[in-house]
Design a protein around this ligand. Structure first.
Ligand code: FEO
Length: 177
């Protein structure tokens, strides 16, 4: 059983994760338009991950006898000033998500909802990893510079991260079999 308060708060989180999925999809499309294939692939994967984050909460709410609400689709921005601005926006959005997860954890304590508290542990770790990853990319962009000549090298750096992530995912899948 879930309280109405917690159900509403988790449904708000569904909205935030769903929006992140659409925002990152829009970013993937912009990167592809710019010829930044590595960054596009990265953002497509981020978009898929956010959908998964949304669905975990969706299933959880219904599992504890609440009603998971399918959010309205809000149009994300379609254009981005630069690759640096794009990744800065991702980082800012991730910080917003982290703050929202922290508020949910506060609510768990206020309501003695240990089931939700346990469920949210996964998100705490995920947010720490995502913020660290975005900071790494932004640091690399600062180092390389983001003028027209640098885009190729930035994209190569992001592609390196894609390769590492794909290897990790493959290892996890092999481990799960
Ligand atoms: Fe699901 Fe990246 O926040």
């Amino acid at each position: 059983m879930i309280s109405k308060n917690m159900e509403n708060a988790l449904n708000k989180q569904i909205e935030l994760e769903g929006y992140a999925s659409f925002l990152y999809l829009s970013m993937a499309s912009w990167c592809e338009q710019q010829g930044l294939e590595g960054s596009a692939k990265f953002m497509y994967r981020q978009s898929d991950e956010e959908k998964e984050h949304m669905m975990r909460i969706f299933y959880y709410i219904n599992e504890v006898d609440g009603h998971a609400i399918t959010p309205a689709i809000k149009q994300p921005p379609l254009e981005f000033e630069s690759i640096r601005s794009l990744f800065t926006q991702v980082y800012e959005h991730e910080k917003k998500v982290t703050a929202a997860i922290n508020s949910l954890v506060d609510l768990c304590y206020a309501e003695n909802d240990y089931s939700a508290l346990n469920f949210l542990q996964w998100y705490i770790q995920e947010q720490r990893e995502e913020e660290a990853l975005m900071r790494t990319i932004i640091d690399k962009i600062k180092l390389i510079g983001d003028g027209p000549q640098s885009l190729f090298y930035i994209d190569k750096e992001v592609e390196k991260i894609n390769v590492i992530t794909e290897k990790e995912e493959a290892a996890n899948e092999a481990g799960a079999e």
